[in-house]
Design a protein around this ligand. Sequence first.
Ligand code: HSE
Length: 312
Amino acid sequence: MATRTSATAFAPASVGNVAVGFDILGHAVAALGDRVRVTRRAEPGVVIRSISGVVKNLPLETEKNTAGMAALALQKSLGLSFGFELEIEKGIPLGSGLGGSAASAVAAVVAAAALVEEPLDRTRLLKFAMQGEAVASGSVHVDNIAPSLFGGLVLTVGIDNPFVKQIPVPESVRCVIVHPHMMLATREARAILKQSVQLSDVIWQQANLAGFLSGCYTSDLPLMRESLMDVVIEPQRQVLIPGFAEVKQGALVAGAIGCSISGAGPTVFAWAEVGDAENVRLEMVAAFRKHGLETDSWVSDIGREGARVVGD
Ligand code: HSE
């Protein structure tokens, strides 16, 4: 059987956490993503040949690069006699809270898997990508990797043996993504979090997560509106994002179903019905501008398609 010698994969950006599911609930963002071209090389191991696109100053050393580590995890775990060369094209800004490190790791394993004869299911690819993601954030969380790989709104239960569940999203819902031009390191945004939470907040957050997921399954928009609210993490992190309270207020007044920090920030996301989404975007952009921040913004489908091979 002829074996493929190169493949290019695209992996979408992601919002993770989606407010109420810290480290466990994320969704893909169809509007932007990273691409990785993987070429077979004779020697085992992984070499990063180039990094281009909206971020260039990422480490070329395999062990310090999320895509490199993810591909290396695959290569070593399968005991392959050959290795990979990677060309990484970044479409997701660095330190944006849009799952850029996860997307590179996911695109690398999806492209590398296309060069391997043994069929690899997505749960195995998820575990390889998780090893890449750990390089960037210093912790293992799956709420960016799982939606980038699988697509849609994704709940992941478990780390060592992850169960991945794609949650239906009502057809009329779009996400609004507003990325202010500043950088926030995930490590920093995690370091400020308190290690204990009030019981009353745990109960409230549990109700919100359960309500939000139930609302998604049953297309109950009023229930989603009531429950898409993070009462644990967002209150602690919002100080890191200038103007956050006004951005959120603007989104809600313009009709958003909910609005919160995308991942570790500084990107802010909102969910809105298709007829409200553009107004929500404009209000959010205007609120950031009042605080001296220019932005990039998108109204996007909640990318139902996850990472995929797009060429050689
Ligand atoms: N769930 C993680 C966090 C994502 O919010 O810290 C970081 O990209």
